[in-house]
Design a protein around this ligand. Structure first.
Ligand code: SF4
Length: 290
């Protein structure tokens, strides 16, 4: 009896610990999200003049995907004059954190020069017209002016500091492994392994019978070579290197595509054909010379 009470007590203790642990973890991640995951607007120093509004904006684009393309600044000034100013400006859609410097027109100076600005409220809204997503930042007039006057980073400095730019963001984080389409020699004998399509390798297959591609001297049927009039790469290369491994005098694989080398030799059509057949996405095209 007492043993089962002890066992129940231990189980209860463990369950309580688990619940408390989960609670602490969720509070921790909640606080983390609140502190570091919130959208952040930073006012920047304009390098262009009084009508320009420069700002940087960071948000979690994976969590709230949108192409942000507008900024709006509103002044609510019930005790002063003008009582309201509403400025909006579109910009190139941005799908990840960015910075912009926009000409808000003469209204921006009017907004900053409003009477009783200290009692006004400023609202900065960054939004996407197309996606219906918006981020609103409210602040009192004096705070807005203080942030503007204390802004010491230009757009370039802000981008450098935050280490993001649109080019980096648009690069897909894909690592394409280096692959070879030339198989290792399979040990053992067997006509099923003999395929002499290219005369350059025909000597390798001299022992093969005719039906497996051996040379004519061995009863094989070597395919005659041909010249190529033109070889080119269509869009869609996945930079797997197969073509360059087969015929590096013709194909050159760059960082994001493959090209045909200038003055590439076009007299070994079988080898070009071999590369085209090895291309996993079939983007190597050629025409045979007549
Ligand atoms: S052209 Fe084809 S074979 Fe050559 S690297 Fe691109 S995908 Fe690979």
């Amino acid at each position: 009896m007492s043993t089962s009470f002890i066992a129940m007590g231990v189980a209860l203790f463990l369950v309580l610990n688990l619940v408390i642990g989960l609670g602490v973890l969720s509070l921790f991640f909640g606080a983390f999200e609140t502190l570091f995951g919130k959208p952040k607007l930073t006012l920047l120093r304009s390098t262009k003049g009084g009508n320009f509004f420069a700002f940087g904006f960071k948000w979690n684009a994976a969590k709230e995907p949108a192409a942000l393309d507008n900024v709006r600044i509103r002044l609510y000034n019930p005790f002063g004059s003008p009582t309201q100013v509403d400025l909006a400006k579109p910009f190139e859609p941005k799908k990840s954190s960015f910075a912009a410097e926009l000409d808000m027109g003469p209204g921006f100076k009017e907004l900053l020069g409003a009477r009783e600005f200290d009692f006004a409220l400023v609202e900065v809204e960054i939004y996407s017209k197309k996606d219906g997503v918006n981020f609103i930042f409210d602040m009192k007039g004096p705070k807005f002016k203080k942030l503007l006057s204390e802004a010491n980073l230009t757009i370039d400095q802000y981008l450098e500091k935050n280490r993001f730019n649109e080019n980096k963001a648009s690069k897909p984080p894909i690592d394409i492994p280096i692959r070879s389409f030339i198989a290792d020699t399979v040990p053992g004998k067997g006509p099923q392994l003999k395929m002499a399509t290219n005369p350059m390798f025909a000597g390798e297959f001299t022992s093969a019978p005719a039906n497996a591609g051996g040379t004519p001297a061995q009863g094989g049927n070597t395919v005659p070579n041909f010249k190529v009039a033109k070889v080119w790469i269509e869009p869609g290369c996945i930079v797997c290197n197969a073509c360059e491994d087969i015929y590096k005098e013709v194909f050159e694989v760059l960082a994001d595509t493959c090209i045909i080398r200038p003055n590439a030799p076009l007299d070994d059509g079988l080898r070009i054909q071999e590369a085209a057949e090895a291309c996993p996405v079939e983007v190597i095209k050629y025409t045979q010379a007549s």
